[in-house]
Design a protein around this ligand. Structure first.
Ligand SMILES: [Zn+2]
Ligand SMILES: [Zn+2]
Length: 414
């Protein structure tokens, strides 16, 4: 199955998931974990977040990939109308802006992958790994110490300004309206001449002339009027957007410096992969209830104020604030720009939040595209275990430290 087909199927199942459906069948186990955390948070607050992904005409639909044998990561992006409606006990609360967004969806393939057989630790049921995505199909026990491919590892949206398709649709309507007006005027003038002046020859003649004039002049005037309207709205929208996103535009200017710095340590560093990773880490930390003993977060602050957040959208940029090396550990500081929907004191409110984040990683580690925190291999005994909430191998007791395999967040602040 090609990545775009997997993505489109994922979009449909993602929408269903937020209506109460099962975890999308192609979600990687890390991503499935995030979705379940998000669902628990929404349930705890009694909020329904109904997601919509509407296709738009003539959209941009592309893929670029990153290859690191045996993995190929396809980063697909597609323009869609993405929006969320929030409800509390069935009562409508708010709707996110209905605008064109670019949806990023990363699909990970593994060459030569043969689906592994997994056994349920509770009832012993054994079947293909993918059938366990929503827990054991026999007894419902949830566990995630498996991987399958291809899978969707990450999904996030970027706001987008230009709505080309709606402008095209408007122009088509202008032309249709011009033709309709021409036909009506032609029939009217023709009938008037034919009935009142009793001259059907003149009726047909003047009818055609009047119709052509109406169609021609009418369409021109409407076209001019419409262009002016589109121009003014587009300009004011652009102006509002520029004011609204100036911090992000400025933040994105740090990209070059960031890439240059990172490639000194990781020659095949990928900005997009890192960007997706940071969004996933932040969202998972926000929606996890118990942040003590969390492998991906080693900060001192228990971040209780994040427990009221019910939804998070990436605003499309992060700012690189610098990096340093301590021993053989690389520290990277950044500011991540997101919008949070917060349910507090029986009210839903939307805030732009600029999270200061510091992440660390051991220098000798390389990106392992197939790495999953929920299925790590013990370097000592080789057992596979879920390391999200434990810091040692449950089989041989040897300490496990995520920093040897992947990025770890050590600070989240504002
Ligand atoms: Zn079972
Ligand atoms: Zn072990």
């Amino acid at each position: 199955m090609d990545s775009k087909a997997i993505r489109d199927e994922f979009f449909e199942q993602y929408v269903e998931f937020y209506k109460g459906g099962p975890v999308p069948s192609n979600a990687s186990n890390d991503f499935a974990y995030y979705l379940e955390c998000h669902r628990k948070r929404l349930e705890k607050k009694g909020i329904q977040a109904i997601k919509k992904i509407e296709k738009i005409e003539d959209n941009i639909d592309n893929t670029f990939n990153r290859e690191k044998q045996p993995y190929i990561l396809d980063m697909t992006y597609k323009e869609c109308n993405y929006e969320t409606e929030y409800y509390k006990d069935g009562v409508f609360l708010a709707r996110s802006d209905k605008d064109t967004e670019t949806l990023y969806c990363n699909v990970l393939h593994k060459q030569g992958y043969v689906e592994e057989t997994v056994s349920c630790p509770n009832c012993g049921h054994s079947a293909g790994a993918k059938t366990f995505i929503n827990g054991c199909p026999m007894c419902g026990t949830g566990f995630k110490t498996f991987k399958f491919f291809p899978c969707v590892t990450s999904f996030y949206t970027l706001p987008k300004f230009v709505e080309r398709s709606s402008i095209d649709k408007g122009l088509k309507n202008v032309v249709k309206f011009g033709i309709a007006a021409a036909v009506i005027v032609a029939i009217g003038v023709g009938l008037y001449n034919g009935i009142v002046n009793k001259s059907w020859g003149a009726g047909i003649f003047f009818g055609i002339i009047a119709g052509l004039l109406t169609g021609w002049l009418g369409t021109i005037f409407m076209y001019l009027g419409y262009s002016l309207f589109v121009g003014i709205t587009a300009f004011s929208k652009m102006f509002a957007q520029a004011a609204d996103t100036s911090d992000i535009q400025a933040a994105r200017l740090t990209r070059k410096r960031f890439e240059t710095d990172m490639r000194r340590y990781f020659p095949d560093f990928s900005y997009e992969y890192f960007e997706g990773k940071m969004q996933d880490l932040l969202k998972t930390i926000i929606f996890t209830e118990d942040r003590s003993n969390l492998s991906i977060y080693k900060g001192h602050d228990q971040l209780g104020y994040l427990n009221d957040v019910v939804d998070v959208e990436y605003r499309g940029g992060f700012k690189y604030m610098g990096s340093s090396v301590v021993g053989d550990v690389l520290h990277v500081r950044l500011i991540n720009y997101v919008t949070c929907e917060v349910w507090c004191e029986e009210k839903l409110a939307k805030y732009q939040r600029n999270f200061r984040i510091e992440v660390v990683r051991r220098l000798k580690t390389q990106d392992d595209l197939g790495f999953s925190i929920h299925a790590v291999n013990c370097p000592t005994c080789g057992a596979t275990f879920d390391a999200m909430h434990v810091d040692k191998c449950p089989h041989c007791g040897n300490p496990y430290d995520l920093i040897n395999d992947d990025w770890v967040v050590i600070l989240v602040g504002e």
